[in-house]
Design a protein around this ligand. Structure first.
Ligand code: PMP
Length: 403
């Protein structure tokens, strides 16, 4: 018998197990609205032409080891992308940036650092959040997360008063995980005015903001708009931690390209933080992969490639916005009971439809349409050819499976 015989099976990941179910479904009618990856109007994965161009240019480059903190040019340009080229924090050299294994890796290194040098410390996440946040935080050596109120199911937007109340009640020094834009799973973002109120509470209550910005440029189609909340906090002069991902906005999901930024209120801690982040990375995986960071650095550093990329962001986010309108209109046209405007007012990859887990199961069994049990759909999974089918299935679900 194996020494490992008593290892219990891990609970299935709610998002990844859905993909497996979808793959094994033989129905030709099946629709995948689960995982958050962009699909073209033909329902196909997409390689950005600008990414392909650069990949061909660098194909013969040697793949020597990078330093623990990654490609320095990538780090410099990545910080500039999220903080803005006129950022006072960059001008004053108050920002440490390290390359990370996409957004998840940035979160993981960031929370491991917090656990080592500032722990134990309570981390608060929005009540509805990307399910992996609740894994990464305790796996990094911190206590399990606590929730702050977020979503308002009556409006499909943010319940800002409840959120602020919970942030006021959090013990000073707590870390507050915030989605910089395109909140996952709800698609509901605070307004600019809401963000100002959140900042006031964060400052008054001396909370530590940790921005997870996994969708910059992909949400609104504009890189600056999607960085607005992050920059508001950074430019207020407080310490801010920021995770970045190039999975969605450059379509480099599997290349694992991301960055972690510690933006400090003053320049003094910067050197120590850099050395400790490098030491943390050294012990976890030694150094990050080189290929995707090279691609991103080329695009970020070249004016022409950068403009091409901006065009791509407009196209991808535009298709998603169009699908929001198409789905809402189809639900109104087919007479599905309920209000559907939130599908259009929500932003980013996802929409929180309001379907119950029973209605989700009904759609999966009867129509082979797959979404997470919280009623979240990936807008990128919708196309001209399936949007009506999905809308009719949603109508059947809300009419047949009463809440
Ligand atoms: N944060 C949020 C809110 C996300 O939705 C995602 C992607 N699903 C990530 C982080 C990280 O993704 P990745 O590690 O692929 O960059």
């Amino acid at each position: 018998t194996s020494i490992f015989a008593n290892v219990p099976q891990a609970p299935p990941d709610p998002i990844l197990s859905l993909t497996a179910l979808y793959r094994s479904d033989p129905s030709p009618k099946k629709v995948s609205l689960g995982v958050g990856a962009y699909r073209t109007s033909e329902g196909k994965p997409y390689v950005l032409p600008v990414v392909r161009t650069v990949e061909q240019q660098i194909a013969a480059d040697p793949a020597e080891y990078l330093p623990q903190d990654g490609l320095s040019e990538f780090n410099r340009l990545s910080a500039r992308l999220i903080l803005g080229s006129d950022s006072p924090a960059l001008r004053d050299a108050r920002c440490v940036t390290v390359q990370a294994l996409s957004g998840t890796g940035a979160l993981r290194v960031g929370f491991t650092f917090i656990a080592r040098f500032m722990g134990p410390r309570q981390v608060y996440v929005s009540k509805q959040t990307w399910s992996n946040h609740r894994n990464v935080v305790p796996h990094s050596g911190l206590p399990p997360t606590k929730d702050y109120s977020y979503f308002d199911s009556t409006t499909g937007g943010v319940n800002i008063d409840a959120m602020l109340q919970d942030l006021r009640a959090a013990p000073p020094g707590s870390v507050i995980l915030l989605h910089g834009c395109a909140h996952n799973p709800t698609g509901a973002d605070p307004t600019n005015q809401d963000w100002q109120r959140i900042l006031e509470v964060v400052k008054t209550n001396r909370l530590i903001p940790f921005f997870d910005n996994a969708y910059q440029g992909f949400a609104s189609g504009n890189l600056d708009t999607d960085a607005w909340s992050t920059r508001l906090f950074v430019n207020s002069g407080i310490d801010v931690i920021v995770a970045q991902s190039y999975a969605k906005n450059m379509g480099m999901y599997g290349q694992r390209v991301g960055a972690l930024n510690f933006v400090c209120a003053t320049p003094e801690p910067v050197n120590a933080i850099r050395t400790q982040l490098k030491a943390t990375i050294r012990a976890m995986y030694s150094s990050p992969p080189v290929h995707g960071a090279r691609v991103a650095a080329q695009i970020l550093g070249d004016e022409k490639l950068f403009r091409e990329w901006e065009e791509e962001l407009l196209k991808m986010s535009g298709r998603i916005k169009e699908m929001r309108v198409r789905l809402r209109d189809a639900l109104i046209a087919n007479g599905a009971q309920g209000k559907w405007d939130h599908i259009v007012s929500q932003i980013g990859m996802f929409s929180y439809t309001g379907l119950t887990s029973q209605q989700v199961s009904f759609m999966q069994e009867k129509y082979h349409i797959y979404m997470t049990s919280n009623g979240r759909i990936s807008m990128a999974g919708l196309t001209e050819s399936n949007v009506e089918y999905v809308a009719n299935a949603m109508k059947d679900a809300v009419h047949s499976v009463v809440k």
